[in-house]
Unconditional design. Structure first.
Length: 183
């Protein structure tokens, strides 16, 4: 019975001591910031310099790796997340924010946005860096709407991206456990 008053006083002290540890864990789990494209930024799938491609690009950070995997297109960025042989401990995905880009051919530095928060225009007339269909990312819905008015297409969120738009031939779909037409 004499322990109860002691425990009542001791528990708040333990909680106060635990708070700084919580803050450190939150900082440790914060995603890395996006990197800027340099001469050393080579696309993961085509092994070409990103500077050789027009249009939006992507970068993915995975746990245990300081440098991102680079992608010459946003569509390739999505494909990396779907293919079973690629790392799954993804800590951040960034894509070129075309709402802030200078031009299609040279988006410029500082125009990255979190892919999971972006809106994507798909099935537009604009082609990605390799001349393929592209998922064009925007942080601003009005900019995405203006792009669609000029180039056609439809808008989807990250988690609504049709898998068959990213891997149109069903490439490796049987290994992902996803249905080809599932969002």
């Amino acid at each position: 019975m004499t322990l109860r008053p002691f425990l009542r006083a001791f528990i708040p002290i333990l909680l106060l001591l635990a708070l700084p540890a919580c803050g450190k864990n939150e900082q440790a789990s914060a995603p890395p910031p996006p990197k800027e494209i340099s001469a050393d930024s080579i696309a993961e799938f085509c092994n070409m310099a990103l500077s050789e491609h027009s249009g939006p690009k992507g970068q993915i950070f995975v746990k245990g790796r300081n440098e991102p995997f680079w992608f010459a297109s946003v569509r390739d960025t999505f494909a990396f997340t779907l293919l079973p042989e690629e790392p799954k401990a993804i800590t951040a995905i960034y894509v070129t924010d075309m709402a802030k880009a200078r031009t299609w051919d040279e988006p410029g530095p500082g125009v990255w946005t979190d892919a999971r928060k972006a809106l994507f225009v798909i099935a537009s007339r604009k082609r990605g860096g390799m001349g393929e269909d592209e998922a064009v990312p925007f942080s601003d819905e009005a900019a995405a709407q203006a792009f669609m008015a000029e180039n056609g297409g439809r808008m989807v969120h990250f988690d609504e991206m049709p898998k068959d738009y990213i891997l149109p031939n069903g490439d490796d779909m049987k290994n992902t456990g996803m249905k080809k037409d599932a969002p």
